[in-house]
Ligand binder design. Sequence first.
Ligand code: ADP
Length: 609
Amino acid sequence: MPLTTLFQSHLFDIFEASTDPIYVCSGENAVVEYANKATLNAWGKTSAVIGKPILEGVPELSGQAFPDLLSRVYRTGVPYHSENDRADLEVGGVLRTFYFKFTYQPLRNQEGAIWGVLCNATDVTELVNARKAVEDSQRDLRNMIAQAPVAICILKGSSLIVDIANEKMIELWGVSKSIIGKPLFDGLPEAKGQGFEQLLDDVLTTGNTFTALERPADLPRNGKIEQVFLNFVYEALKDSDGTIIGVMAIGVDVTQQVMARKRVEESERELRQIADSMPQMVWVTDAQGYHEYYNKRWYEFTCTTYDEVKGEGWADLFHPDDRLAAWEKWNHSLSTGDTYEVEYRLKNGSTGEYLWVLGRAVPIYNEENQIIRWFGTCTDINEQKQLQQQKDDFIGIASHELKTPLTTLKASLQFISRLIKRTPESEILTRFVDQSNKSIDKLGFLVDDLLNVTKLNEGQLSLNKEDVVLSKLMNDCCQHVRADNYIIKTVGDLDLSACIDPHRIDQVMVNLVNNAVKYAPESKEITISIEKTGEYAKVSVMDYGPGIPAEKKQHLFDRYYRVDSSGSQISGLGLGLFICKEIISRHGGQIAVDSEPGNGSTFWFTLPL
Ligand code: ADP
């Protein structure tokens, strides 16, 4: 049998075996003459459709394009071909969407008249859906890139055609959107010759990711070429076979941050230069008190390196006797934010000698009012200290030498006054002797103060403690105070007693009450109160005088400090409160003042019970 005959006789078997739908319709109504298994499956129908017009057999096709297309091919004889046409078919009772690649071919009889249409189709639903998924994900990618908060672009092929670039990238390049679709360096010739070609080429050939931080680039900005700084990543783009097809670039323009940092670095450098040229030692610590910087003078003086003094190494340079006090003050400042100020001896690295310096540090705050650093200095006060020492020595000797003749003078005056009493007619002499006595008392107080300071300096002020009822001591001491027209009241816990040196505490009281008389002359009233606070007795001396400005209060107890040292009519050496402080601290108590200008002052001290 010839092959064509053999083929014709098995034609239907071949059609039946095909996995692609094949069917034949005849006549105007497109009666289904034949439909292979694949067709019936695709339609979701049985062979009952054979012999029926297609719209009757597959009614869900009504309203879709196929019946019209069939009838057109039938009427015109022009075949119809489609790559992927949509068909909504009811399969298994559910209407589903399919896509077919198909051909409608007119069938002619021997006379050439059209009697039907042969349709063969291929189900491309999966293919179409896969392509749609790819398109969807590409659209998602483009959307994501467009909305990304950083500059992103995709450069395709070896010529780096700008396939996608979001607004941020266009802005970063400093060009217009017309760069899209062009090779990168054609659209952005300004970027040529700055090494980017090589970097991109490396990514394209090796597939390695390249990351750059703060890389300078000259790019168009406002019609000029400006230097900008960029952080960016080049990442190779690969297709499903792993072949590199382009580069994805992600970038951020960090020019402003870099410039701001450079400005800060610049001003820091300037500050360092200033600090290095200063004759004072300068240092900076972080908020926790760890040293970050010392100026040149510090290293010259101490002959150290940063590594030797970092952490807490600096404390070794302090004189052992001064270390603890400085350390305590520094920790106090760190925890409170108070100015740090302390005198101590610092070791000179070249001579090994300890020299006196005044250490000072103030906190530096940020905009949120938090301490971010401490700025400190050490000022050389060695000469000053030596002069002070010489002065102290002189005062010590002079006051000591004055004491003996003063005592003799006082005794002589007492003797003279007794003699005068026997001759009452000499009134004038009595007045002179009284005045001399007063002056000698005054002189005596001054010399006592000076002697006390000398003793304190030499650590010779010893305490002879005994139990004392405080109110009694207060009353006795008021007898010493020459305040004739003052009302002095003692109130509070009048039975409270403490173990103290009565002579020294009397000295403190005389000082405080005398001060109230001296500095609050208008008020004429002084209240002394005694109370128990916890383990302490608290004694307060309250006056109703002019008070003391806040900024002066912290120095009141310093040696030789007087609030109004210039124009004051009131005599004094500025030693009384200093001596009081020393006496009270030797008793283990505290002394301070509460005062507001215009509202009087309350000097108080505590004594352990
Ligand atoms: P002096 O009285 O010798 O000056 P003090 O050490 O006793 O020294 O006092 C230091 C300074 O404190 C005084 O110069 C004075 O300005 C101030 N001061 C002391 N007591 C009072 C007070 N009750 N009211 C106002 N100012 C006072």
